[in-house]
Design a protein around this ligand. Structure first.
Ligand SMILES: C[S@@+](CC[C@H](N)C(=O)[O-])C[C@H]1O[C@@H](n2cnc3c(N)ncnc32)[C@H](O)[C@@H]1O
Length: 273
């Protein structure tokens, strides 16, 4: 499965966010605030607390120029801009998601603070030293050349700038056929372990590297997320059809099963450029 195909049919989309808000507000989408979006526009594990934890590790302040790599609908970027007062560039590969990210940001009055750029994280389209902090959540799993991403982030950061990201990690018992299935179904590739990510960060030129195992926390979150997807089933069927909804359920059951079995988990990484 190619990453763009995977996100063409993803249950979290601009249309789904707006539909959920329209239901809540009786169809009136005027004067929306960033806060009203947060329940629906974060496509990672741990919600706003997870973005906050990354912001702390990345040392983000109101003065920071922040890059969010693989920003999705720019939910985390809007949270950082609205709560920390910083400016964020939200880089996203998928054309429809990038356009949706820009529209949602304008809709809540953050068009000037959150700039959406469509591009590939493995070939970052930014000048050296352009950012003070760089964050990313649950996205590097889709990119084969993780070293290119990390080296690009290091170059885009000022010396002393901080990178902080979370991603899936593979534990030793994850079998080859399970990796293959994750690639076919979810466009997940070259999954790293905690130590191999640590080493990659070092090779990309980062220092003061920290690697935290979030697998226990993610296990609990994933159980709840599976329930959320079940609750969105009627929406998913209406948008993508019964067959795709069933495929999502099977995919998630397989995925959550790997996490429950301790074969797949999550990690949080940080380092100084
Ligand atoms: C799970 S979503 C996370 C979105 C966002 N970080 C969040 O937490 O809400 C992963 C995102 O990474 C994007 N992506 C995947 N590969 C990419 C690449 N090579 N360059 C830029 N974005 C990419 C996908 O299109 C998708 O929107």
């Amino acid at each position: 499965m190619r990453v763009n195909d995977f996100y063409d049919h993803h249950p979290i989309s601009e249309a789904q966010v707006l539909a959920a808000l329209a239901r809540r507000r009786g169809g009136d989408l005027s004067r929306l605030t960033p806060d009203e979006l947060f329940e629906f526009d974060q496509d990672h594990y741990g919600g706003l607390a997870a973005v906050d934890a990354l912001a702390r590790r990345a040392g983000i302040t109101a003065q920071s120029r922040v890059l969010d790599v693989c920003a999705g609908l720019a939910g985390p970027a809007r949270f950082l801009a609205s709560r920390r007062g910083c400016r964020v560039v939200a880089l996203e590969l998928h054309a429809t998601r990038a356009a949706g990210a820009a529209r949602l940001s304008r809709l809540v009055g953050l068009g000037a603070r959150v700039r959406v750029v469509r591009g590939d994280a493995a070939a970052l389209p930014f000048a050296d030293d352009a950012f003070d902090a760089c964050v990313s959540q649950e996205a590097l799993l889709h990119i084969a050349d993780k070293r290119a991403v990390l080296e690009g982030c290091r170059r885009a950061l000022v010396p002393g700038g901080r990178l902080a990201f979370t991603d899936w990690i593979a534990h030793p018992r994850l079998a080859e056929r399970e990796r293959d299935r994750l690639r076919e179904w979810m466009a997940a590739t070259t999954l790293q372990s905690l130590p191999s990510y640590h080493a990659l960060l070092g090779r990309a030129g980062f220092t003061a590297i920290e690697a935290e195992d979030l697998s226990d926390e993610w296990r609990r979150i994933l159980r709840r997320r599976q329930e959320t997807f079940r609750a969105l089933r009627a929406d998913t069927v209406a948008r993508h059809g019964e067959a795709r909804a069933r495929e999502w359920e099977q995919l998630y059951a397989f995925f959550v099963g790997l996490v429950e079995a301790g074969k797949l988990g999550g990690g949080r990484f940080s380092g100084t450029a």
